[in-house]
Design a protein around this ligand. Structure first.
Ligand code: ADE
Length: 229
């Protein structure tokens, strides 16, 4: 998969893209991420990408021209599928595992990570991106949301995770059924007087499975009853 990101802070992505699973996915060429600096598409001396809002009000607004130019240029740079265009913004469709799975099936994505109080609405009218929110809170920009989308999508790409942790396996796990994960334990079997649940040491796979299913259901009922509805 190829993911293009349009941002004024490409440097924010370096740590995330060059660590752990994402680094390996890129090295194995399962994932290709191209960062494009929005300021390269400005024409004025100050390389400004924002301006004051018409009608007044606080803050600055992301300009339409550099975004339109950047999106078009990125599409031309790698012709073929135009790619699904996603605009990170708190008013968007809320990103969840089903959305991640949908995006992981695409050959190409183009993420726009805005900054400032807002963006010129003509970005949406002209380029028709899908707005994506990572949750009901407001961040200082779309860069972290873009990284969240990249991370969640990358781990679903074939060959990115090992067989053991493969995303395919996930569809049989509580998470795949919309439940929270069951609790896990590893050695030592006892720590500061607290022992691991007996059943996990029993070697009885059917019993372990039943216990985990029950725990997953209970946790979901306690913490996220909305998921059971
Ligand atoms: N930009 C600022 N907050 C955001 C959010 N919650 N989701 C996506 N983009 C954002």
């Amino acid at each position: 998969m190829r993911i293009d990101v349009i941002t004024i802070f490409p440097e924010m992505f370096a740590g995330v893209l060059s660590t752990s699973i994402l680094r390996i996915a890129r090295e194995k060429n399962k994932l290709q991420v191209e960062l494009t600096d929005l300021r390269d598409f400005t024409t004025d001396r100050h390389r400004s990408v924002d301006d004051r809002p018409f009608g007044g009000g606080p803050g600055m607004v992301l300009k339409v021209e550099p975004v339109a130019k950047a999106v078009r240029e990125v599409r031309v740079r790698k012709p073929g599928a135009p790619g699904r265009l996603l605009l990170m913004c708190p008013q968007g469709r809320v990103f969840d595992q089903a959305f991640a799975r949908e995006l992981a099936a695409e050959p190409r994505l183009l993420l726009v990570a805005p900054r400032y109080e807002g963006y010129d609405e003509r970005i949406v009218e002209i380029l028709k991106p899908e707005r994506v929110s990572i949750g009901d809170y407001v961040l200082t920009g779309g860069e972290l949301p873009a990284m969240v989308v990249i991370d969640a999508v990358a781990r679903l790409l074939p060959g990115v995770l090992g067989d053991e942790q493969s995303a395919e396996w996930e569809s049989f796990s509580p998470a795949g059924q919309g439940l929270l994960e069951y609790p896990q334990y590893t050695r030592p079997a006892e720590f500061e007087g607290r022992a691991v649940p007996e059943v996990l040491l029993s070697g009885d796979h059917a019993k372990v499975e039943a216990w985990r299913r029950e725990q997953a259901r209970k946790r979901t009922a306690d913490f996220r009853p909305d998921l059971l509805e």
